[in-house]
Design a protein around this ligand. Structure first.
Ligand code: AMP
Ligand code: GLY
Length: 397
């Protein structure tokens, strides 16, 4: 049995690394210059690629695009939901209506299909206004604005396709919820699930949570969550999987709840039908064997054991100058001999490693304490060199 991983980022490298470490043969589609060190890279050609993968192997899609596209509809050995269920991430309108249908705690909302409807329905809300694009928008699809006029103006542009390239259609108007954000990820098979260690990620570009939103500049775990909160989060997973079953589907794969802890209760802000990046890099490092056992049992429909974290892990992301808008590319990278690094935007040119994307490398530190893991991650980050290297100094502080 071999592993086939779809995607090309640090998350995919980390998943493949965990399986390779336990002796599995791993293939990446398309992978990157780092995944080659833990397996074999191949081009990704949609349905053709999936059809060519042997039935006895397992396919793990890293990012949501593959699932929304329908890879799990093409092939039964994909560990991920079919595209109808992947709408939980692919369509905010679908996800919100799903939550309402099954009584799952989420912010009060309205859907606006036209600018006129937006102008009308926004009256039911008070500032700050939260407007969400329906479809996948690579982390750019949520507007939070204080002015009603601006919310109507930008929301209308979103609807008619003039705000974000390639994004057009209905929007969700969400009630603003104040509180602390938390993400929870689980390995799922049908109604059964096991929650993975909690990990904190850092979305903003600069120290102190300033600057633009990014894919994530670092992470650390395990984060301790009070047992009564965990119980409430388990109820949200349970209700969601019950809802999926009621809709006539079976959930297989990873499920990620983006939560807001508001007045002591977790509310679901969003569903993701995949693992988080850079959360995965920390989760797999905390217990690679436990992680892959949970995945394999989830895949087979067996009994999934909790993944017990061993110590702490910290991920410091090294990004390219210009990220997230226009990252510089093609800068030569030099790496230290030792240390655990997951590759993201890295390519090979004339036998040398060069930057090829915004998030370039994930430097991982582990230790008995968070402080030790943090120190090691930063020591590693300092030993990596490429022109225009940027990173946050306050990860896990
Ligand atoms: P989403 O993609 O739906 O998770 O939204 C992206 C980010 O927008 C979240 O991580 C929150 O920081 C923020 N957000 C989304 N919905 C709300 C809401 N109803 N109230 C407050 N903040 C929100
Ligand atoms: N780190 C957030 C995400 O993967 O969506």
């Amino acid at each position: 049995m071999r592993l086939h991983i779809l995607g090309s980022g640090g998350r995919e490298h980390a998943i493949g690394w965990a399986f390779a470490k336990q002796g599995y043969e791993v293939h990446f589609y398309p992978g990157n210059a780092g995944t080659k060190r833990d397996g074999t890279n191949h081009p990704y050609e949609g349905e053709k690629t999936l059809k060519a993968i042997p039935e006895e192997d397992i396919v793990i899609p890293g990012s949501e695009e593959f699932l929304v596209e329908g890879v799990a509809n093409w092939k039964s050995n994909v560990f991920g939901p079919v595209k109808e269920v992947a709408r939980l991430e692919g369509s905010k309108v679908y996800a919100k209506r799903f939550m309402k249908r099954y009584g799952i705690r989420t912010a009060r909302f309205e859907v606006a299909e036209t600018p006129e409807e937006l102008r009308e329905k926004i009256k039911k809300f008070s500032p700050p206004y939260v407007i969400k694009a329906d479809g996948l928008a690579r982390g750019k699809g949520v507007l939070i604005l204080d002015s009603e006029e601006e919310a109507i103006e930008k929301g209308s542009k979103l609807i008619i396709g003039e705000l974000i390239k390639g994004v057009k259609g209905p929007v969700v108007i969400d009630e603003f919820l104040a509180g602390n954000e938390l993400s929870a990820m689980a390995v799922v098979n049908g109604r059964g699930f096991v929650i993975l260690p909690f990990v904190r990620d850092y979305k903003r570009l600069m120290d102190g949570d300033r600057g633009p939103n990014t894919g994530g500049m670092g992470s650390w775990g395990p984060v301790e969550i009070p047992p009564d909160t965990i119980k409430k989060i388990e109820e949200l997973f349970d209700k969601t999987l019950w809802g999926v079953e009621k809709e006539g589907y079976t959930y297989r794969g990873f499920l990620y709840l983006g939560l807001m802890l508001h007045d002591g209760d977790p509310y679901i802000l969003e569903y993701n039908v995949r693992l988080g990046d850079p959360e995965t890099e920390v989760i797999v490092t905390l217990n690679p064997e436990g992680f892959i056992n949970a995945v394999l049992e989830g895949y087979r429909g067996g009994k999934m054991e909790p993944v017990k974290p061993q110590g702490f892990a910290v991920d410091v992301v090294l990004a390219a100058r210009g990220y997230p808008d226009a990252p510089e590319k093609g800068k030569e990278i030099t790496l230290p001999e030792e240390g655990l690094i997951f590759f993201a935007g890295v390519a090979e040119r004339d036998g040398k490693l060069v930057t090829s994307g915004g998030r370039v490398l994930h430097c991982i530190g582990t230790g008995e304490t968070k402080e030790e893991a943090r120190r090691k991650a930063y020591e590693l980050a300092e030993k990596v060199h490429f022109e225009g290297k940027i990173y946050r100094r306050d990860i896990a502080l």
